[in-house]
Every structure is written in C-alpha cells, then in structure tokens.
Design a protein around this ligand. Structure first.
Ligand code: TYM
Length: 376
C-alpha cells in the first residue's frame, strides 16, 4: 500500500501503478534516446530511469524541432531548509535549460506552506523562502532566462490570471484530486490555482520537471488550459529519493533524520549515513563475507545508483563486490559519504557566491507574464 499526494508520500511505491493511476506515460527507451540526442548529451538521471514518466514530452520535442520552442517551470515550497531531494529536480531543470536555452520560472509558494500547517507562521515561512532562494540561485541557472518569484510578492501581477484559473476549477474537482475535506481551510482550497498559473506565463508549451507527487496539479491544468487559450502543460516526472531508513517512501522535510540537508556539514553527513542509512548487509562480518550483501534494499547503494555514481563501470563493480561479500557495509557507506560531501561542498561554495537579485529582477521575463495575464 502506498499514498502519493503533493503533501504526503508513504509506503512502498509501485511506480508502474502510479503511472496507471495518474494517467501519465512511461518514458520509452526511444523517447529517452530522442531527448538525449536532441541535447547531444547523456544524462544519468534519464539513463538510470530516475526521471521515468511524462506527459507530452514528445510534443515538447516536436515543438522544439519546429522552432516553436517551449519553456520550463518548477518550484519549491519553503517549508524549512532544503534537502537533497528538493535540489535534484532543479539540477535536472538546469540541464534542460542549458541544453535547450529556454526560459525558466521558479515558483516559491510561501502561502502554500503557511496555509498547510498550523505550526507555520507567516514570518517563519518568509525566512525559509529567503534561504531557499539562495539554494536555488546556487544551481546556476541562466540569469537572463530565469525568473524566481515568491507567490505573495508577485500576486498582484498574476491576480487576473489566477482568478481566471480559479473560476475554472470546482470544489468537487479539488476535493477529488487533492482529498480536501470540510475541515480544509479555504486558502488551501484556492491554492492549486496558483500552482497552475505559471504554466500560462507564455503562449508556448510548458515543461515541468518535478517528482511525480506534483502531478495532480498538472492533471487539472490539462483539463482547463485550452479553454483559457493556452497549451496543456507537459511534465517530466522523477521518482523519489528514498529516506535514509529504507527504500520506501520519500526523503521528507518533516522527518529530519530521513534526509541529508543542503546545510549538513561533512561530519553530520558521515554520522547520519553511518547511523541511519538502511543497510543490505548481514548481521556479522563473517556472515557478510560468506553470504554477501543485498544492494537492492541498501539505501546507500540505491542513492549511488539513482544519481551519485554516474560511472556505470564503477557502479557495477561496487554492486558486484557488495553482493559477493567482498565489500562491507561500512565501505559502501563511505563511498556515498564522500560523494555527498563533494556534492555539498560545491553547492555551499556556489551558494556563497550566488547573486539572488539577478534571478528575482522583474526584467524581460516578468514583462512577458504581464502581457499574457491581460490577454487571457
Ligand atoms: P516541495 O517543496 O515539497 O518539493 C520541491 C521539489 O522537490 C521534489 N521532491 C523530491 N524529489 C525527489 N525526492 C524526494 N524525496 C523529494 N521530495 C520533494 C518535489 O516533487 C518538487 O519538485 N507545491 C510544491 C512547490 C511547487 C512546485 C511547482 C513544484 C510550486 N510550483 C512546480 C514543482 C513544480 C511543493 O510543495 O514542493
């Protein structure tokens, strides 16, 4: 049994079943090849099936080939510091932007977090947003093609478009898709309209890279977009980076020790992986040497496989040695610790240097949004 909604991911996730339930499509080997061919570069997140599902990605590539172009949109709700799972869709988005040279909008729905849980205060969320924006800026997007905005700050610019969107979605649809009840506050009930709005920022097809938990918004968007004179949005969905404690569910911001945070120091990363990362190893060293470990349930191996060991041969070697018992759990964990610390050190350095203003400046891109807003 598993639950996957924009606010909750639990249990053992059957990704094939999710594709069926959500009505998305698996990225076929041919489509994956086409995307990598178009970009002239292989991508480990595609090759390893971490980005595994889509909506209309083929049409996005058709539009691109015909010279119509497309644009990118993604987001982050400021619920606290960011963990590795939050950064990965952004890293993939940057890859797409670098290759296709397209515009990107990054939404920070501060009001979503404020409305979602009693314990979030308005002021607290603003602080998280400020911190998160630095992490986003550190990813290295093209400043001339990227606009990062906080929902509360940008609201007056999108208000007409937001209302046009909200008018098209009934409470019964929102209830069915998001599980809202009579106890849900009415701010939250309107929120989904704002998450759809950036898909209407340009009169081109929008492509959204995110984990599959965000897909319910896109399902509604696709029902109403054409009626508003826009394209149905396209999406490319990733799996979840599993929590340290096991291969089920997702690394979660609400359970601190399930995650590696972007502000975790080297020692914290080591301690956490050594203490919490669920291991496929045996009880004793002797048993492990004799019977071997199980990389399929080992979280450190799964993280290496999903993203952190891009070298295919090295990954195969690690897998073989662990399965045969030649490599011990502590050794496997150390490989991941080194990879993570190198990744985080680079991120920290970029974060220090990041020029946030460049991305939030309401320049050319924002102007375009205004125009679409009032045309619709
Ligand atoms: P949020 O802040 O929960 O998550 C931000 C992004 O990170 C992805 N994600 C993960 N990916 C892999 N492994 C995980 N363990 C993991 N946990 C989270 C999410 O899918 C998301 O892409 N409502 C949104 C914010 C938002 C948004 C958007 C997201 C506004 N507009 C457009 C994507 C696209 C939210 O709460 O995301």
């Amino acid at each position: 049994m598993s639950i996957v909604t924009p606010w909750e991911v639990e249990g053992s996730i059957d990704y094939d079943k999710l594709i069926q339930e959500f009505g998305t499509k698996r990225i076929s080997p041919a489509l994956r090849e086409r995307l990598m061919k178009e970009t002239h570069e292989k991508n480990v997140m595609l090759e390893r099936d971490y980005f595994f599902s889509h909506r209309d990605l083929d049409l996005v590539l058709d539009d691109y080939a015909k010279g119509k172009g497309f644009f990118l949109y993604t987001g982050r709700a400021p619920s606290g510091p960011m963990h590795i799972g939050h950064l990965i869709p952004l890293v993939f988005t940057k890859w797409l932007q670098d290759r296709f040279k397209v515009n990107l909008y990054v939404q920070l729905p501060d009001e979503e977090k404020f409305l979602h849980k009693r314990e979030y205060t308005w002021k607290g969320v603003q602080g998280y947003a400020e911190e998160n924006i630095r992490d986003i800026a550190a990813v290295g997007f093209d400043p001339d093609r990227t606009f990062v905005f906080k929902n509360s700050e940008y609201a007056s610019n999108v208000y007409p478009l937001l209302m046009q969107t909200a008018k098209k979605v009934t409470f019964s649809t929102a209830k069915a898709v998001f599980g809202f009840t009579n106890e849900t506050n009415i701010g939250m009930i309107q929120y989904p309209a704002y998450q759809m709005v950036p898909t209407f920022f340009e009169k081109k097809r929008c492509l959204i890279p995110a984990a599959i938990d965000q897909d319910p918004y896109w399902r509604i968007q696709r029902d109403i977009a054409e009626g508003l004179g826009f394209h149905k949005t396209a999406a490319i969905h990733s799996k979840f980076i599993p929590p340290l404690q096991g291969v089920h569910g997702k690394m979660s911001a609400s359970v601190a020790d399930t995650a590696i945070w972007l502000n975790d120091g080297e020692l914290a990363v080591r301690k956490k992986i050594m203490k919490y990362a669920f291991s496929g190893g045996r009880e004793t060293v002797e048993e492990h040497r004799k019977l071997g470990g199980n990389p399929d349930v080992d979280v450190s191996f799964q993280w290496l496989k999903m993203l952190f060991e891009p070298d295919e041969q090295r990954l195969k070697k690690i897998e073989g040695e662990y399965r045969s018992g030649q490599m011990l759990t502590g050794e496997l964990k150390q490989i991941l610790v080194d990879k993570l610390n190198a990744f985080l050190a680079t991120h920290r350095e970029r974060r220090e240097k990041a020029d946030v203003e460049k991305f939030m400046y309401e320049g050319k891109l924002a102007q375009k949004m205004w125009e679409t807003t009032y045309e619709a």
